[in-house]
Design a protein. Sequence first.
Length: 77
Amino acid sequence: MYPVGSNGASQAILDARCLADALTHSEHPRQAADGLRAKTIADDGGDCALEPPRRPEGVIDAVEQLAPDGFDNVEHV
């Protein structure tokens, strides 16, 4: 996880939701865990595998390019 914008905490919340859904739709907790593990591996690490413009800090980079000296009104960015 990139240490920006609470990415680790946000990913933990998403993972908990996915696990809760998997547990709800599985007959056994092991089945839910195995399914979630397979999905995680298939996703290739989530946000960490995204190309730079799509990573979480891509938004920060775009704003910096649009307003290198800062801004007073976010609507202008």
